[in-house]
Design a protein around this ligand. Structure first.
Ligand code: SF4
Length: 424
């Protein structure tokens, strides 16, 4: 969307590394190396385009504005809330000039106002990302996001529906709802469940997927709607972070392992075909052998189809940065490896459980080695011979095996069970 806004201002987009008059860096503050990465990108660009105007935006522009001001070559710093307005702060392409020092815009406060996002963020993908929410009030002790993205706020209902209709009209088959803490969606009394009902009613919206959602923000009504819906994907990504209650408490997470178990149990009772993913963090301060063993045991026991494993790194300004008992880096690396291996075996087992089933698959653009890939509603990644299906189509596929970490199958003209029919 930022690229579209720049094009409207008369700019032409080129790939990173090509000669340019303008470098826009969209930074992240989640990684430890934000400042280093930024310095590297600026240096590299100014080497081949010494006249290039450098604008920096995103989360690190919000949390690390002071550090960024000392990076040579930066001309403009725009805090993350006003990222989409960045083109308004730039002169027309012919008037771009390097500045003696960076201008700082909106790097301090983020207000709580509900928001709209003008325009539609088209992409080359067959799935459209529909942002519904931003910011977070949960204050997990390891997380910088509440500082970088500010307090919780929701996109107005009308604006979400307007963009969803645009996506449907442009042929996108799947809407992926995104935000920092989407379960906290709330606009003039409308909750996430209300929003989902409105989205379901849009003609042309075929599939709706909820991206990562905090476990404590999943009400029974959401699970029931998901189970009954012909459009909502049977898929949940519920960040667990740790399988140890002591660590969860120190992380300031709002649940214990038992509550998480119960939520998973409820979800699978309603949707036995659910695809369940999670995030796990290793090396949080105080994570001893016993706490890590609890995480491994919980991760192995619960019916996850995959997990994303994150290594803890101390982020200045967070509560956890002041905690004692930091875990040595080699131990963190080893724990990360252990969980990544476990995740691979869980994915394999999940895919194996799909063999013999016929499932609708949304196929993506592009093919590799004669295969086209796509995803089922429960997020099984499926490969088929590329010449048997076209990109953007939702086609029923009988899963016959596993190949290179993907489920493999044959497209069929099968009659699917009623619950799958409208996904076609
Ligand atoms: S809920 Fe997520 S975004 Fe919010 S503070 Fe916790 S980890 Fe960060």
């Amino acid at each position: 969307m930022l690229g579209d806004n720049l094009k409207r201002q008369g700019y032409r987009l080129v790939a990173f590394g090509e000669e340019t008059d303008l470098l826009v860096l969209n930074t992240c503050s989640v990684t430890e190396n934000a400042e280093k990465d930024c310095r590297y990108a600026v240096r590299k660009t100014l080497r081949h385009s010494p006249h290039a105007f450098v604008a920096v935006t995103g989360c690190y522009a919000q949390t690390g504005a002071a550090q960024l001001q000392s990076v040579p070559g930066i001309d403009l710093i725009v805090g993350t809330q006003f990222k989409m307005n960045l083109p308004d702060y730039l002169p027309p392409p012919s008037k771009l000039r390097k500045q003696p020092e960076p201008e700082l815009r909106h790097s301090r406060t983020i207000d709580r106002e509900d928001f709209i996002l003008p325009g539609t963020a088209y992409s080359d993908s067959t799935r459209a990302l529909l942002k519904i929410q931003d910011g977070c009030d949960f204050m997990c002790s390891f997380c910088l996001i509440p500082f970088a993205r500010g307090r919780e706020r929701s996109r107005t209902l009308d604006d979400v529906l307007r963009e969803a209709r645009d996506f449907a009209a442009h042929g996108y088959r799947e809407l992926v709802l995104t935000g920092v803490n989407i379960g906290q969606y709330s606009y003039k009394g409308a909750s996430l469940v209300d929003l989902l009902r409105e989205l379901e009613a849009i003609t042309g919206v075929t599939r709706i997927r909820i991206s990562s959602i905090e476990p404590t923000t999943v009400p029974p009504a959401l699970l029931e709607l998901m189970a009954a819906s012909t459009k909502l994907c049977h898929y949940l990504h519920l960040p667990l972070q740790s399988g140890d209650d002591g660590i969860l408490q120190a992380m300031n997470r709002r649940y214990g392992v038992r509550e998480y178990d119960k939520l998973v149990e409820r979800a699978f009772a309603l949707m036995p075909d659910l695809g369940l993913g999670t995030d796990l963090m290793v090396g949080f301060p105080g994570e001893d052998e016993c706490a890590f063993a609890n995480t491994v045991q919980t991760a192995a026991r619960l019916p996850f189809s995959y997990f994303h494993v994150f290594s803890y790194s101390s982020r200045p300004g967070t509560a956890a940065a002041r905690f004692a008992n930091q875990v040595p880096i080699p131990v963190i690396r080893q724990r990360s490896k252990t969980l990544a291996e476990l995740s691979r075996s869980k994915t394999l087992a999940f895919y194996q459980s799909q063999i013999g089933h016929t499932l609708p698959v949304l196929f993506e653009q592009g093919e590799r080695n004669g295969f086209r890939t796509g995803t089922t509603a429960n997020f099984t990644r499926v490969a088929v011979a590329a010449d048997t299906v076209s990109a953007g189509a939702i086609h029923p596929v009988t899963i016959t095996g596993i190949m290179d970490g993907l489920a493999y199958g044959h497209p069929v003209a099968a009659v699917l069970p009623p619950s799958h029919r409208t996904l076609l």
